[in-house]
Design a protein around this ligand. Sequence first.
Ligand SMILES: NC(=O)c1ccc[n+]([C@@H]2O[C@H](COP(=O)([O-])OP(=O)(O)OC[C@H]3O[C@@H](n4cnc5c(N)ncnc54)[C@H](O)[C@@H]3O)[C@@H](O)[C@H]2O)c1
Ligand SMILES: Nc1ncnc2c1ncn2[C@@H]1O[C@H](COP(=O)(O)OP(=O)(O)OP(=O)(O)O)[C@@H](O)[C@H]1O
Length: 521
Amino acid sequence: MAPSKFNSSGEGNFSSPMAENGFLNSTSLLNSEKAVQELLQRSPLMETDDHLVEFSEALRTVAKALRKAAEGKAAAQAEAAEWKRKFELERTRNLQLEYKGQSPTERNGYDNKRSRNLPPQATEQSEWCCGLNGICSHEVLQDGDIDSVSQNASRKYTRKASFKLSWCCNGDHSDRHKHDVVSFEKGNITTAERSSRQISLKWESQPQTVLILTKPNSISVRMICFEMVRWLREYKDLQIYVEPRVKNELLTESDYYNFVQTWKSDEEIMVLHTKVDLVVTLGGDGTVLWAASMFKGPVPPLVPFSLGSLGFMTPFHSEHYRECLDSLLKGPISITLRHRLQCHVIRDAARNEYETEEPILVLNEVTIDRGISSYLTNLECYCDRSFVTCVQGDGLILSTTSGSTAYSLAAGGSMVHPQVPGILFTPICPHSLSFRPLIFPEYVTIRIQVPFNSRGHAWASFDGKDRKQLAAGDALVCSMAPWPVPTACQVDSTNDFLRSIHDGLHWNLRKTQSFDGPRDA
Ligand SMILES: NC(=O)c1ccc[n+]([C@@H]2O[C@H](COP(=O)([O-])OP(=O)(O)OC[C@H]3O[C@@H](n4cnc5c(N)ncnc54)[C@H](O)[C@@H]3O)[C@@H](O)[C@H]2O)c1
Ligand SMILES: Nc1ncnc2c1ncn2[C@@H]1O[C@H](COP(=O)(O)OP(=O)(O)OP(=O)(O)O)[C@@H](O)[C@H]1O
């Protein structure tokens, strides 16, 4: 019998309780029990087990602490993102003020600035409905006083057309602000409006400047663009802006197009929304996404003409552009307010929470996926201060409701009417049987964290573009942006949405059963 290798002194050697015939004999059993007890008391194996137990408990404690820390970080980063959002809003306001020739420091305070730069009606509304901390859509959407612009002789820009937005439903026209959602009169909770209603835009002065954005590398788009520019100039007497590339194309065609304006720098693009009354897009959904991405703040009303293969956001037919533009320039226009998501990438390497990169606004979605890595993505997701889940799979899509018919749909997300405010949380190929897509309300902040123990990097892409690598420790914080994209409707939001899913996706197309006459009971 070989001595136990655990007994270094040679004492307490135990023999196998198994006799040679294969049965247990009692003496050897006694011996072996004693030996096991000795082994349990003295053996380093037991110490190893104890150490393993201790170690795993310590690991569990560390994991708990890490989760707590991450939750704390989530809250801090959500707050940082909220502050950043407010900062961006303020910066855009200041930019507008600077453009109007008034320095932000000339203001006595926030209220004063607002009351001096907004038309009286808008100011009253904003203080009435939102107070200081809210974002009034009419401030974002209704163009303010721009008299100073026309007075400023050094600037060649013309006065921007003003318009008024109203919310109406089934013929009921009402100016009631959409923030006035819940009332607590006499202790009863009632809802006045549950989401924004169909919006109607009425021009208060004639639009004067149109920006035309076109899909590149398409001869048919180029031809329509040339024609449209000429028509808008000769029949509507409008100022026209195009991208530098298009201006070159126009000038190559003819010197006639010399009147068309463009820009040279990104700073000029930043203030484009203060000059342009209407944006026309010629292309597919990608061109609408491109147009939206040009406006990092407020977006002028957008008229999307379809010249692509699948137009979910392009209800206007380019062959009828004259009649369409004629009626849109007169107004009123039914508008779909397409919400956007504001995304901040927060690097773990950044020294503090506020050192975030420039925010990116998306009209469809932000996708966090595994990129070229063959490992499963491992993403920790938080909603405000609450842990949502860990995504283990190909990735995750955070989509707007406008984007619900795009990538999110392909990944199994629901289609949502674009006027419903919300954030879709749709996994891509999750390695789990029970991971169903979610829809969050519009007021939450979602944070996606690449954990430190992630095997590979994750990649974020914004409306299918601008890929950014997310290393372990990096996070993406996402909330609803205060600047929606107002797109003109062919009929109204609902009719256009249903038409797009019927025509674009052949949604629920099925042969109708033949009628064979009533069946016998
Ligand atoms: N598996 C997929 O379905 C998949 C994969 C990658 C990207 N995409 C989508 O492509 C978008 C980028 O579009 P692009 O035109 O620049 O690229 P693209 O030219 O590759 O076109 C992608 C397709 O998505 C359609 N699309 C875009 N936005 C849509 C929307 N809101 N509703 C319905 N369909 C929409 C376009 O019409 C086009 O047919 C991304 O935002 C993403 O949603 C989809
Ligand atoms: N003005 C522009 N400048 C640069 N790129 C653009 C511009 N407009 C569109 N694009 C890009 O060109 C690509 C194709 O555009 P778009 O999606 O509009 O056309 P399409 O693919 O023919 O139409 P659909 O989306 O209906 O299939 C998109 O990736 C879009 O981002």
